[in-house]
Design a protein around this ligand. Sequence first.
Ligand SMILES: C[S@@+](CC[C@H](N)C(=O)[O-])C[C@H]1O[C@@H](n2cnc3c(N)ncnc32)[C@H](O)[C@@H]1O
Ligand code: SF4
Length: 376
Amino acid sequence: MTENAGLYLHLPYCRSRCGYCAFVVSTDDSSRGEYLEALEREAALLAAEAAGAAFDSIYLGGGTPSLLRPRELTRLLDELRRRFDVDADSEITLEANPDDVTPGLARAWKDAGVNRVSVGVQSFHDSELSAVGRRHDAAGARRALDVLAQAGVSLSADLILGLPTQTAASFRDSVSEVSRSGVAHLSIYLLETEKSRTIEEDRRDHPERYLSDEAQADAWREAGEILADRGFGHYEISNWALPGSAARHNVKYWTRAPTLGLGVSAHELWGERRRANVSGLPAYLASLREARRPTALDEEVTPEAAARERIFLGLRLSAGVPAAEIEEWIREAGEPLLSDDYAAWLETGLLERSDGRVRFTANGFLLSNEILCRFV
Ligand SMILES: C[S@@+](CC[C@H](N)C(=O)[O-])C[C@H]1O[C@@H](n2cnc3c(N)ncnc32)[C@H](O)[C@@H]1O
Ligand code: SF4
């Protein structure tokens, strides 16, 4: 029997598109009624496959799930509980744009069963927020965090490092402020400039508006120190949490626990099959109109691929991976260059080996992309 499974639902509608965003989103919500019906139909199709599985996390991501009307959210969560075996103590997370948060809505989210809200704060500086077209300002982000803290849900916030006009000092202020705002969990993402042509062109034409890679690395290290002082543990490359507040659902992705993904562009790992839904909204809706699963990719994960995934996903966590597993994998890969590099990463302190496990050091996390891609 499958236990501790997770459900992800993608809600693609946004009021406006932020300059840096490459998620599958739509600013035209005329299809939203049909989309919600399609999600219910998809849940019905998946329910047979998930028979006997017990779920203890639901993640409503997007897009902007905070745009759902309370009765839509209640109906959706009720439907999931009806179709799947969802534990009463499940972690139920909703991603929210600060602009949407009101005391009434926060109460409605709680009443529907949401017990964790992840707020897209990004920065506490108006110039940085407007430079990427966020629809809220810093005061709006503060207000949203206050309202949600008073509503008594577990709070997470997202910040971005590398925003146009951001400085080391302004980033430090944002980290410091968010760590005192009542959040139990924080994600810090490096701005992925290649995801948006506008941002990429702006960086090329106005490099002075962006922190250099070295300055970003220093700012990242400093953020880690501020957060450690305030009791936040760095448990995954981009994530920090107070004790006991690591994101139960997200950890499933790095530990390869079973998850189902519903909605346009959603991904899943179920019974050693990786599947991805189509990424176009019309194709998603058309498929479910005919009660067909909207799958674009469906492949078996071979034992060899699973071993590789356990390494490059497990290394993202500060707990790391069993030394025997990574070393056996490197031996079997039979690439002398990789063995030499592995020895050098340990020697230069990018990786550390202790208690039978191998993990990134603080410096190693900064170069993790270059190291992880060697295992992909
Ligand atoms: C789906 S959004 C969160 C909810 C809501 N849509 C919002 O933006 O407030 C998930 C998070 O991904 C991060 N993100 C999106 N695009 C990014 C990019 N190009 N580089 C870095 N982080 C990005 C942002 O921090 C954002 O809060
Ligand atoms: S960052 Fe969030 S609000 Fe902005 S476009 Fe992407 S999903 Fe929508």
